[in-house]
Design a protein around this ligand. Structure first.
Ligand code: SF4
Length: 568
């Protein structure tokens, strides 16, 4: 979808986004941005026909907007605001900074007009203030309006401090609810968001503006921005009173679980944005899909999210540079058993990069890999779980409800019975509700199963009863044993994804999410025939699981072995 909102049909397409945010209890604002002379268009417009030093089509000069066009553009902002409201947004942010159209009107560097939209400071600010008023009118009193104010232009002939503060006051008077901080035009020759910019370098600018507004009696909350990439830095800023709110964009591409990890006390597990811009802004400005260098899944979720492997492998990875670490993490997420070998420290060339002044941030990625690689992968094979090589978390989704899936569920919910047969029976009677005192009629009593070690959710693809193919006389025992331990059973399920702790599946055409700590794959077995075939000596017979691993059971295997022996 083009990044524009000018029609009702475009608004309709944004509904799934706003609905998804609201269903999680969030609020969402949409940014309205007119690029002006920064536009990637052969018919770029601007307050005056002055070429941008960056990103211009040929011919390099934008069209200076006639007055009617300025008024039409104000109406366009208002229309966009109404459509955003129709699309379910809770408000809009009017982009008044970074050197885009509104900012181009505000400063004399790009505004050489001599009509009511140029000249004096008052005239140059008319456009942003009219846009705000039109949006307020379009959105109504309860629709949130945020204005991104350029507090530090960092260009020649940019705004002076008093002008910024005056505009901040007028923006409040015009009806905005929140002011966001803009630092530096895109054409500024001072880095403002790159790796070399120390973390949270510009929050002092917001602080000063906030102090000014407070001194004038304005209580509008202020947002601060730029290179704020960890929860601890954000907390520090709020504690110091630099701002009321923190804005982040790139850190959420680097780790979409940023907030959830912070909230659950797992901030140390966040994949931190290193400020490189290589896969986010560099992609955007070269017309490629934005993503993230440290998280290639970003914006490619439908293609690159790890999915459970149907045939987990044992994999050795040699070299723990960025590629080796990324492979190991993704393969482990898919359920493979991965062993990573590295002669030196993990991180490869990142260990070199971090030595360069201004690139110290690269250590964040090494720390992330180090921690993630040593944490158990969340998708595990049933063999590893049963053999005790991997320990799943508290909430477990068991995938596959054949004999193995049932066994794994029992393993995860039941304790090993005592070796002593009398003690073992006592527990059995308690579990099933057998009255060993012989006092009740029918000798039944209330079943008191032991506490489960895990909360288990058992899934199968096939429709119908879960575990329908279990033995006719024992299937009910397995199903009931699991019910005693509150194992939830799901049939007719299509598996979609497992990302971080969210297992997504479709049942009866409805997409559902389940929060689990681990997934255990009970996918059956694969026969390995190659080694005997390669020898090519004598006649080779395949029996048991080697002949047919699908739905293997002991009865079939033993009969196979026995009957083949009789034939030879
Ligand atoms: Fe941050 Fe990723 Fe963009 Fe680099 S590519 S700046 S790590 S979001």
């Amino acid at each position: 979808m083009a990044a524009k909102l000018t029609t009702r049909s475009e608004a309709k397409k944004l509904r799934p986004v706003t609905d998804a945010v609201h269903s999680e209890g969030g609020k969402i604002l949409m940014q309205i941005l007119h690029a002006g002379r920064y536009s990637y268009s052969p018919i770029a417009v601007a307050p005056s026909s002055i070429a941008s030093p960056i990103w211009m089509f040929d011919p390099a000069r934008p069209i200076g907007m006639p007055s009617w066009w300025v008024k039409k553009t104000i109406n366009d902002f208002a229309l966009c605001c109404s459509l955003a409201q129709e699309a379910g947004f809770d408000g809009v942010e009017i982009m008044g900074s970074e050197g885009y159209l509104i900012n181009q009107f505000i400063v004399s560097h790009t505004n050489k007009r001599n009509d009511i939209w140029g000249g004096s400071f008052e005239n140059r600010c008319r456009f942003p203030l009219e846009v705000i008023k039109a949006c307020r009118k379009a959105g109504g009193p309860d629709f949130m309006l945020m204005y991104r104010l350029s507090m530090l232009d960092l260009i020649p002939n940019g705004s002076a401090r008093d002008e910024v503060y005056k505009l901040a006051e007028e923006v409040c008077d015009a009806g905005v609810d929140i002011i966001n901080t803009g630092i530096g035009w895109h054409e500024a020759r001072i880095p403002t968001i790159a790796t070399s910019v120390p973390r949270a370098s510009f929050t002092w600018v917001t602080k000063k503006c906030r102090e000014h507004l407070h001194s004038k009696g304005y209580k509008v909350p202020l947002v601060t921005t730029n290179r704020i990439n960890t929860p601890s830095v954000a907390e520090e800023i709020l504690k110091d009173g630099d701002a009321d709110l923190i804005s982040m964009a790139r850190p959420l591409l680097a780790d979409p679980e940023f907030v959830a990890k912070t909230r659950s006390g797992n901030a140390s597990k966040i994949n931190i944005c290193i400020g490189c811009n290589q896969a986010c802004l560099d992609h955007t400005f070269s017309m490629k899909i934005a993503s993230c260098l440290v998280n290639p899944v970003a914006c490619h979720e439908t293609k690159l999210t790890p999915v459970a492997s149907a045939a987990p492998k044992n994999i050795a990875v040699v070299g723990a540079g960025p590629a080796g670490c990324a492979f190991a993490l993704c393969a482990a997420e898919c359920g493979h058993n991965v062993t990573l070998f590295e002669r030196n420290k993990i991180g490869g060339q990142f260990n070199v990069a971090k030595k360069i002044p201004g690139k110290e941030e690269f250590q964040s990625s090494i720390d992330y890999w180090q921690l993630s690689l040593t944490t158990n992968p969340r998708i595990k094979s049933y063999l590893d779980v049963i053999l005790g090589k991997k320990v799943p978390g508290r909430r477990v989704a068991v995938i596959g409800a054949g004999g193995i899936g049932f066994d794994v569920s029992v393993f995860l919910t039941h304790s090993t019975p005592p070796a002593d047969r009398h003690e073992a029976f006592k527990e059995f009677a308690k579990e099933w509700g057998v009255d060993t005192t012989l006092t009740s009629r029918g000798f039944l009593t209330k079943a008191e199963p032991s506490a489960s070690k895990h909360d288990v959710f058992l899934f199968q693809r096939k429709k119908g009863k879960v575990g329908a193919k279990l033995g006719a006389t024992t299937g009910w025992i397995h199903r009931l044993a699991l019910r005693h331990h509150d194992v939830k059973q799901f049939a007719g399920v299509e598996y979609k994804s497992f990302n971080n702790n969210e297992f997504v599946y479709v049942k009866d055409g409805v997409t559902q999410q389940l929060q689990v700590d681990s997934i255990v794959l009970c996918h059956g077995q694969k026969s390995i025939k190659d080694f005997v075939v390669k020898r090519n000596e004598g006649t080779v017979h395949y029996i048991g699981g080697c002949k047919d691993p699908s739905e293997l059971d002991a009865k079939k295997a033993i009969l196979d072995g026995h009957t083949l022996a009789l034939k030879l």
